[in-house]
Design a protein around this ligand. Structure first.
Ligand code: FES
Length: 155
């Protein structure tokens, strides 16, 4: 149930939020349905958003671009106040939660970059030798043992 939002010039309509964040209105509604942002209602029963929602959405967009799942974004945003702008200390606390995750993503991307470099021009995707093959695919490993690295064509 939407919480009341202070009426006045500072409250934003869903269209204004969408325009300011460069996202479709449906995405604003989606973020709200996912519990990432909140709105209130004005006297005409229209949704109104506090301005701090703009910053939350900016964080959500960046986090989504880096592949952080919505579940983790929701957890991180939960440490921030829902009804007002967070303090620098609160932002720092939230950012600390993502440090390990971001470091792992950076390491994964470096590894992928190195593996892609070694595969450029090859294209074999050999089950026995290629670092890009699916290492967790136990069934494929079983099949591969009989074929000795036949590449992706056999999958
Ligand atoms: S494509 Fe990766 S080793 Fe050939």
């Amino acid at each position: 149930m939407p919480a009341p939002v202070a009426a006045g010039k500072t409250a934003l309509s869903v269209g204004e939020v969408a325009r300011r964040c460069d996202i479709p209105v449906s995405t604003v509604h989606f973020y709200e349905a996912e519990g990432l942002i909140r709105s209130g209602r004005n006297k005409a029963n229209h949704r109104r958003y506090s301005r701090h929602v703009l910053r939350r959405i900016a964080v959500i967009k960046v986090a989504q671009r880096t592949g952080i799942p919505l579940r983790e974004i929701r957890q991180a945003l939960a440490v921030l106040p829902e009804d007002g702008a967070p303090t620098a200390l609160q932002w720092r606390a939230m950012s600390r939660q993502w440090q390990a995750l971001l470091q792992q993503k950076i390491a994964d991307l470096h590894l992928l970059q190195q593996q892609l470099d070694s595969c450029i021009g090859c294209g074999c995707l050999s089950l026995s030798d290629c670092p890009l093959r699916n290492p967790g695919d136990c069934l494929a490993d079983g099949k591969a043992s009989g074929h000795g690295g036949t590449g992706m064509a056999g999958i």
